[in-house]
Design a protein around this ligand. Structure first.
Ligand code: NAG
Ligand code: NAG
Ligand code: NAG
Ligand code: NAG
Ligand code: NAG
Ligand code: NAG
Ligand code: NAG
Ligand code: NAG
Length: 633
């Protein structure tokens, strides 16, 4: 009876809930740092501040919110670029006319933890916290972010099942090119695949310049790896390798964090004079600039994202942004309740008058392009016409935005064409920069060349060597360090000069000496008839032959007896003959080899003896277990 009642209760409970989906927010809502509502909304995740303390994970109390401080200027400029671009689009008559474009910008504090939390908040929105219902529709149309590859992997994997497009402005990991795992991922930067090709160009160039190699030798040493979470476990290993080697050129395919470690090691051990070849991840990183870094990294060459000036942005960051877009603009700040919430923007307010870094920002243009890509795809989805406006009430599924993003092809006002290839990335265009010191002692990233993958192979890479200042500070025209290690010639090859480019093959029957600088006649080793082993072998061989011959004679003389007849005398004799030859074949391996005995060995072992496997089948030479003779062809 009780069971029946319980079931009934459960049924009623389930039934009443079924007609209205029940949603409840677990925990506190996570609000964006900066946001504005619009007809369409773009989400974004930028590392605007750095994490200060990690919450405790003792699971005895509700985790505290992360506390973040110290503004990361680069991240903040990205957020400003995004707001700048949405403002531009909002005011544009041709792109999304009649549609206001909103944004929700979250600060990830450079931590995966708050990045995931912000991703969830972006996907869910805060609407249902108030209304108690879910409409199953994400309030945002696309997410711009993350900055680091590993965080981007987490972001795209989280949003993947919901088909929400993610556009990264700086994640370069090749792993993200996998369309199967990341079907809705795009990026306004090229993948590392292109960068490794570009690196090959720069190394080739250096080798050509290296020429005669009178300078100290070195070799190219690099760690090429997936840039996902590979910790510094390997660091110890390659650090030991580096110290042992005579390398003068280091190709450092590292993240900026790993590079900081390397820099620290190099400067504490006072290891200088290496020509560094770097990648976009660290070559222009401000975090590497310190009192000691030029000693180690001065003269470094590397690929950087092209610096593009966004027209009007420099003015915007000092004026309009603080007047209109900033959450605590003047007119609101008079109210007491704003004074409280404006507290969290204190450290950002300090940047109000600062814009010197704006021309140095390299990723801002990528954020700008990402915002415009979303706007362009929404423009086509909402069937916008310049005169008639857009069909504002059309419902847009995230999957439609993904499809539209695949088709975008437009030009931004800086003149760059934006379109995504089959992997979701834009075309690879890099600037080659050189670490140089300015007259006032500050470190400059001077452009000395460029790489553009959209051009034909022979025009892709341009390097102005005359502008390069190599490591050590000397301005040597076309004379960089030699970047290869001289290794001894291979067996059988010689070189009679040091530092030669090639080795020479020794003639037939000659072999290289230990120093690999002379060809010497090959010592011919063989088993002689007089050696103990030879005598034993000959004895057994002849003994076997004698025994077989005896049996054969016996068979022949008694060929008319019934027992021999029953055994098929012809076949038996043939077998005995073969057996004789088999015993004899070991004799061909004894004594000084001749061309005939060598040929004989080969065919005998191949045809008669089960040990024929010892004969080399690849190069048809007489190599086997019983003799020491090798004839080189
Ligand atoms: C877009 O522009 C209109 C006026 O042009 C303005 O009222 C609106 O607030 C703007 N929206 C955003 C999100 O900037
Ligand atoms: C790099 O990634 C590929 C596939 O994405 C994988 O097969 C390979 O093992 C990875 N290498 C390292 C060093 O993690
Ligand atoms: C590092 O080496 C340079 C020259 O090789 C030397 O002048 C300098 O004093 C050294 N510095 C330290 C801290 O050992
Ligand atoms: C910015 O500059 C203006 C004058 O140009 C000055 O009044 C204001 O205090 C400055 N703000 C900050 C935060 O330095
Ligand atoms: C924009 O929409 C408003 C009403 O929503 C309409 O009056 C106006 O004509 C539209 N403008 C264009 C260019 O379509
Ligand atoms: C993009 O547009 C330009 C000019 O409209 C055109 O030349 C180019 O072929 C287009 N690219 C693709 C991939 O459709
Ligand atoms: C190396 O050998 C070549 C010919 O084999 C000869 O012409 C040349 O002079 C030799 N060089 C030296 C340094 O012995
Ligand atoms: C011939 O092949 C054997 C093994 O297959 C190898 O050990 C030997 O070095 C080769 N000889 C030549 C001259 O390449």
């Amino acid at each position: 009876m009780i069971f029946f009642l319980y079931t009934l209760l459960l049924f009623i409970q389930l039934h009443t809930k079924a007609d209205k989906p029940f949603c409840q927010m677990m925990g506190d809502p996570n609000y964006p740092l900066i946001s504005k509502d619009g007809d369409v909304t773009i989400g974004a995740l930028f590392p605007i501040r750095s994490i200060e303390t990690l919450p405790s994970f003792e699971f005895t109390q509700k985790p505290q919110l992360l506390s973040c401080s110290s503004v990361n200027l680069r991240g903040f400029r990205m957020a400003q670029t995004m707001i700048f671009a949405t403002d531009e689009i909002n005011n544009s008559k041709s792109l999304l006319p009649n549609i206001s474009i909103g944004y929700r910008i979250y600060d990830t504090c450079g931590s995966r933890l708050s990045s995931v939390s912000a991703t969830m908040a972006l996907m869910n929105g805060q609407e249902f916290a108030a209304e108690d219902t879910c409409n199953g529709q994400s309030p945002i149309h696309a997410i711009i972010g993350e900055t680091e590859s590993s965080a981007t992997v987490i972001l795209s994997r989280t949003t993947g099942p919901f088909k929400i497009p993610v556009i990264s402005h700086s994640a370069t990991c090749e792993c993200l090119s996998n369309r199967k795992n990341y079907p809705s991922f795009f990026r306004t930067i090229a993948s590392d695949y292109h960068q490794s090709r570009a690196l090959a160009y720069i190394i080739k160039h250096l080798l050509v310049l290296g020429g005669g190699c009178e300078q100290k030798k070195g070799f190219v040493w690099s760690t090429l790896r997936n840039s996902t979470e590979q910790s510094l476990k390997n660091f110890e290993k390659w650090w030991r390798q580096l110290k042992k080697s005579t390398a003068k050129v280091i190709v450092a395919f590292l993240t900026s964090f790993e590079m900081e470690n390397l820099l620290e090691q190099l400067s504490t051990e006072n290891i200088t004079g290496h020509q560094m070849i770097g990648v976009e991840a660290w070559i222009t990183a401000k975090s590497l600039i310190g009192p000691n870094s030029f000693r180690v990294l001065g003269g470094s060459l590397g690929f950087a994202v092209r610096k593009i000036d966004i027209e009007g942005f420099a003015d915007y960051v000092t004026k309009s942004f603080w007047e209109t877009a900033f959450p605590c603009s003047q007119r609101e700040r008079n109210l007491p309740q704003y004074a409280l919430s404006c507290n969290i923007y204190q450290d950002l307010l300090l940047l109000k008058n600062y814009s010197e870094d704006v021309p140095e920002q390299r990723y801002s243009s990528n954020v700008y392009k990402a915002v415009y890509s979303v706007a362009n795809s929404l423009h086509s989805l909402l069937k916008c016409k310049e005169k008639k406006g857009c069909e504002k009430d059309l419902k847009i599924e995230p999957q439609q935005v993904v499809e539209a993003l695949k088709r975008v092809n437009f030009t931004v006002k800086m003149g760059d064409r934006v379109l995504f290839d089959s992997t979701g990335a834009t075309v690879a265009q890099y600037e080659v920069v050189n670490w140089q010191k300015d007259s006032d002692g500050s470190i400059q990233f001077t452009p000395v060349g460029c790489y553009d993958a959209s051009l034909p192979p022979d025009q892709r890479f341009v390097l102005k060597t005359e502008n390069i200042i190599w490591t050590g500070g000397q301005l040597e025209k076309g004379r960089p360090v030699c970047c290869y290690d001289c290794i001894p010639c291979a067996e059988g090859e010689i070189s009679n000069e040091t530092d030669s480019n090639n080795c020479k093959q020794c003639p037939r029957e000659y072999w290289s000496n230990a120093e690999k600088n002379k060809c010497v006649l090959q010592a011919i080793e063989f088993l002689s008839f007089t050696e103990f082993m030879g005598v034993v072998l000959v004895f057994f061989s002849l003994f076997g032959v004698g025994l077989t011959a005896l049996v054969a004679i016996l068979f022949y003389s008694k060929k008319d007896t019934p027992i021999v007849k029953a055994n098929n005398s012809e076949l038996s004799l043939l077998l005995l003959f073969s057996l004789t030859l088999c015993f004899l074949c070991s004799l061909t391996f004894i004594g000084r080899p001749t061309e005939w005995s060598c040929m004989l060995r080969h065919s005998i072992w191949n045809n008669f003896c089960p040990l024929y496997l010892l004969c080399s089948r690849e190069n048809n030479s007489c190599v086997n277990g019983l003799q020491g003779y090798t004839s080189r062809k």
